[in-house]
Design a binder for this molecule. Structure first.
Ligand code: PLP
Length: 502
């Protein structure tokens, strides 16, 4: 069974009826099969469902109606920047000049796309304060790997071979330690200070000649700006290590803080978070990486270059022997990069600053409303950046209702849940990021829903713990779905249309 509309519906395979079909095409001649060489014939039918066209279209359109999307509702998913993606950028990304360009087209016929990519690099340098940018990485996590591989190449290039550790605060996104491990380095986890920032004493103790890099998310995934950043970077560089900035929270600092100017050596930018592109469904994304002076020689190849005559070309293989090489096919996720370019050019300098100021204002407004209710715990007080943590820890102690239950009950109120149980360092955490694109009415409606649910937890806890009540499915076995995903329908070996039993 699959889910469509508000009810369970059979899969296309279950609806299939032998002989049913869409188009009206001539019947094959009686000897059609004989004309196919015996070795090329199937032994059993392909196992495709047989349906008429409206059945297929309705099936998929009904499925699409189930999607919760930024086009249908508010999406306060912390650390994800699920902001509105202007439709103008979708139009730009669909222009045939971009979509119909073959990735192996010679440079001479790809000048428009190459120029856009080259100019995007310059804009991202300006935004990040970095010297140069690679557009290759396919996502933030891939950008992290690119950055750490460059850091490794830098130390190796200097014959500094004992640097095997990466320091990562314990509030970091899981991709940070995963990146260090994939790059063959060891993660050392740093505890947070009571204000949510890096604990400087623990940091000093962990830093040494074995440290390759520190990875810092600023503002952190707690929504707080790291106020000791200058001191931290001085210590890192003093120890001969390099500083990686996880730029996933760039939405909070546009035009206000440039990591490259502050002294970071490398950072990634999640264009699909900060600079539009619908995301959340698993891609495609783009995670450009900016570098400072020290890592410049190691940038992935090929780069897009501008010739003295103003034309553009893709770097030749082997042109820059110090490069760490290719991180993905061709030049990057071009469609996503076109959206980012359109977003950046339509906002301009002052527009980007306003994005940040409004995102920070919206988060502080929601935070203040929840704090004033007295129902949720707000572990880090004072002004936040673009997101903040609320916790249901006290609600759980009083009523048994947990953050997961509140997230499920929010669905009944028509809202997507915020990020929950992340960061791992806060009990019953909700990480809430409203973004700059929501109206005050939406923010109020969301705060009202959270407050109503917290009160309901006291008066009728069963109603909350058994939520959602209006969704087509109830509680799912999420661990089972993640560990044993069953995503495929299989025809039984006999070739009959028996659905896969599991
Ligand atoms: C989203 C995110 C990442 C990973 O980025 P992807 O583009 O999803 O790979 C890394 N760090 C933080 C803090 C994030 O929020």
């Amino acid at each position: 069974m699959t889910v469509a509309g508000s009810r369970l519906q059979p899969t296309l395979f279950e609806r299939s009826r032998p002989g049913r079909g869409g188009g009206k095409i001539p019947h094959p001649p009686p000897d059609a099969l004989d004309r196919i060489p015996a070795a090329q014939r199937r032994e059993v039918p392909a196992g495709l469902p047989e349906l008429n066209e409206p059945e297929v279209v309705r099936h998929y359109v009904n499925l699409s109606q189930l999607n919760y999307a930024i086009d249908t509702g508010f999406y306060p998913l912390g650390s994800c920047t699920m902001k509105w993606n202007p439709k103008l950028n979708e139009w730009a990304a669909r222009l045939p000049g971009f979509t119909e360009l073959h990735p192996m087209a010679p440079d001479a016929v790809a000048q428009g796309t190459l120029q856009l990519l080259w100019e995007l690099e310059q804009i991202l340098c300006e935004v990040s304060g970095m010297r140069a940018v690679t557009l290759q990485p396919a996502a933030g996590a891939h950008g992290e790997l690119t950055g750490i591989l460059m850091i490794r190449a830098y130390h190796e290039g200097r014959g500094d071979l004992g640097r095997t550790e990466v320091l990562v605060p314990d509030s970091a996104h899981g991709t940070n330690p995963a990146t260090a491990t994939m790059a063959g380095l060891r993660t050392v986890s740093l505890p947070a200070a009571p204000d949510g920032g890096v604990d400087l004493d623990a940091f000093r103790a962990a830093l040494g000649p074995q440290t390759a890099a520190i990875m810092i998310t600023n503002p952190s995934t707690l929504g707080m700006f790291e106020s000791r950043i200058g001191e931290l970077l001085d210590l890192v560089h003093g120890a001969g290590a390099l500083a990686y900035m996880d730029g996933a929270n760039l939405n909070a600092i546009l035009g206000r803080f440039k990591p490259g100017e502050a002294g970071f050596d490398v950072m990634h930018i999640n264009t699909h978070k900060t600079f539009s592109t619908p995301h959340g469904g698993g891609g495609p994304g783009a995670g450009p990486v900016g570098v400072g002076e020290k890592l410049l020689p190691f940038l992935p190849a090929p780069r897009v270059l501008r010739e003295p005559d103003g034309s553009f070309r893709i770097e030749a293989v082997g042109e820059r022997p110090s490069s760490i090489g290719r991180m993905r096919s061709f030049v990057g996720s071009t469609g996503v990069l076109v959206r980012a370019f359109a977003y950046l050019r339509t906002h301009g300098d002052s527009g980007l600053r306003e994005v940040t100021d409004d995102a920070v204002l919206a988060a502080n407004y929601l935070k203040a409303r929840l704090a004033a209710s007295g129902l949720y715990d707000i572990p880090f007080e004072g002004p936040c950046k673009h997101e903040f943590i609320a916790s249901a820890s006290s609600i759980k102690k009083r009523t048994g209702v947990r953050t997961l239950d509140i997230a499920k009950r929010l669905l009944d109120h028509g809202f997507h849940a915020p990020t929950i149980y992340f960061p791992l360092t806060v009990d019953e955490a909700m990480l809430i990021e409203p973004t700059e694109t929501e109206s005050i009415e939406t923010l109020d409606a969301f705060a009202d829903a959270l407050i109503t649910i917290a009160r309901e937890a006291e008066s009728d806890p069963d109603m909350v713990t058994s939520a959602p009540h209006t969704a087509p499915t109830k509680r799912l076995d999420e661990a089972g779905a993640a560990r044993n995903p069953n995503l495929r329908w299989r025809a039984a070996a006999t070739g009959s249309w028996t659905p896969c039993p599991d």
